[in-house]
Structure formats: C-alpha cells, structure tokens
Write a protein that binds this ligand. Structure first.
Ligand code: HH2
Length: 277
C-alpha cells in the first residue's frame, strides 16, 4: 500500500481518528483539527500500525456530509501524518475524497460501501494504495431498522467475493485488498456473533480479514455498558477476532489492544527469549 508493505505476520492495529462532530464512539471529541492531529500522534506513540482517518460518521441514523466538508475535516490530519512512519488510511466512500486523499499521501482507502459508488473502483485502481472492502446491508441511515439474513456468514462471504472480483476486474491487485464483514453495519447482535464465529470461513479466501468491533453496540448488549465504558469488552472482542483469524483490528483504544495482542502473539509465536524479553 503506497510506500508501505505490511507483512501481516502478526496481528495489526488500525487506530481510529474520527474528525467528526457526531461519531457514535467518541462523539466529537477530536473534531477540531488540533485535537485530531494530537490524537493521531498519541495513537502513533501507543504503537498503532495503521491510522484510519474519517471525516464522516457512519453510525446508524447518521446523515451524509459533502465531499468538500469531509476533505476540510481530514486535510489537517493528512498533512500532519501522511508522510510519517505509519501508513494513513482514509475512511471514505466518495471517489472525490479518495482521489484527494491519495494525492495528499494516504496509503489506504477504507470504504464501508466496498467501492460501490460510481467512480470509486477507478479512483483506487489508478494508484497503488491498499483498500478495505466492507460488507454493509442497506445504508447507514436505515441499516439497523430490521436487518435480516438467511445465512449471514454465507451472504457476507458471497458479497465480499463479488467485491473482490470487481476490484480484480478494475485492476486492483489482490495483495492490496483487505476484507471486512462490517460488524454493526446492518446486523443484529446475533448476526455479529455469528460473523465472529465465521471469521475462519472469510479468511479461507486467503485475503486478510479486518475486524471492527471496538465500542460497538453488540458489546453494549453483552455487557450492559454504555459506549464510553466498553474498553474491556472491546479488547476482548479484538482478541477473540484475532484468535479466529482476523489479521487487522480497527480499534479506538490502541494501548490496551496492543498489550492484549502482545500476550497473544507471545503465546502463539513463542515470541520471547529466555529472559522474558
Ligand atoms: N466501523 C466504523 C467506521 N468505519 N470501517 C471498517 N472497515 N470496519 C468497521 O467496522 C468500521 C469502519 C464505525 O465506527 P466509528 O468510526 O468509531 O464510528 P462512526 O462511523 O460513527 O464515526
């Protein structure tokens, strides 16, 4: 992806930088340009592997913003971070934003619409950036009204296979692609749990699976906790996803997730010398 090659030989942490007034997870905390850049720098200090910068909330019921407004929000973070040591992903569905973000140094496009907007496939294919294609049933405004599936894992897998084929047809090489079942995007709690159990089936495609469970409502359903109190359940969810085969976790709480994954990696890879270092 762009200047970067990610080996994926250990689970990677994608840290969320929401430059929005209305995100479900961090409700406008980092909306100002200075706060957003400061937050991104903190995530780098905490050991993030990829920064994911978004200028539009996709929470259930949210309404969209213009491309110009989205770009205005993310531009300061791109300017400050996109030429640094950590790859910057931009969370957008708009081809115009994709093109400008890539021009400004973004190494990856993370699209909850899986490049279905007209011109999106072409915008990504034209450059050597990475891409995350995500499953969503419906659209953010209405997706949680009454999501329904026959076999949720099979349907999500079929959708992702189709989008990966569309990427290939547009000239996007396989080693640039990450797939994501889209936890919380047109899914009830039970669907999210089935999809966690289904990660091995998704990973069987050979493409890296990204899991974004951090602070999501399924964790609130399980624990009874409000969004600001879901750090422990989010870390547990990241760990469970990785144990099932996810290679990238998209999280808000980087330091905590990093420690948890370090333990998992040490156990799995015997990744310590005899002195415990
Ligand atoms: N979840 C959110 C946004 N973007 N992208 C991918 N690939 N996977 C996800 O699960 C995902 C995503 C929602 O979380 P957040 O960014 O915290 O909230 P909001 O959309 O309200 O800004």
């Amino acid at each position: 992806m762009g200047r970067f090659t990610l080996a994926l030989d250990r689970p990677l942490i994608m840290g969320v930088v929401n430059v929005t007034p209305d995100s479900f997870s961090d409700g406008g905390q980092f909306y100002g340009a200075g706060q957003a850049v400061e937050h991104a720098r903190r995530l780098v200090d905490e050991g993030v592997d990829i920064l994911d910068v978004g200028g539009e909330s996709t929470r259930p019921g949210s309404s969209s913003v213009t491309a110009a407004e989205e770009l205005r929000r993310i531009a300061p973070v791109l300017e400050a971070m996109a030429h640094g040591a950590v790859p910057v992903s931009v969370d957008t569905s708009k081809p115009e934003v994709m093109r400008a973000a890539i021009e400004a140094g973004a190494a990856m496009i993370n699209d909850i619409y899986a490049l279905r907007q007209p011109g999106a496939l072409e915008a990504v294919a034209a450059r050597d950036v990475g891409v995350c294609v995500m499953h969503m049933q419906g659209e953010p405004r209405t997706m949680q009204d009454d999501p329904a599936y026959g076999d949720v894992v099979a349907e999500v897998k079929a959708f992702l296979d189709e989008r990966v084929a569309a990427c290939a047809a547009a000239g996007i090489e396989r080693d640039r692609i990450v797939i994501d079942p889209g936890f919380g995007f047109g899914k009830k709690a039970i669907h999210n749990l089935e999809l966690i159990r289904g990660i091995p089936a998704l990973a069987a495609s050979g493409l890296p699976v990204l899991a974004g469970l951090s602070r999501k409502s399924v964790l609130g359903k399980i624990t009874g906790r409000m969004v600001g109190d879901r750090i422990h359940s989010s870390v547990a969810a990241a760990l469970v996803a990785v144990a099932r085969g996810a290679r990238i976790v998209r999280v808000h709480d980087v330091a905590a997730t990093r420690d948890a994954l370090a333990v998992w990696t040490a156990v799995e890879a015997q990744g310590m010398d005899r002195n415990g270092r």
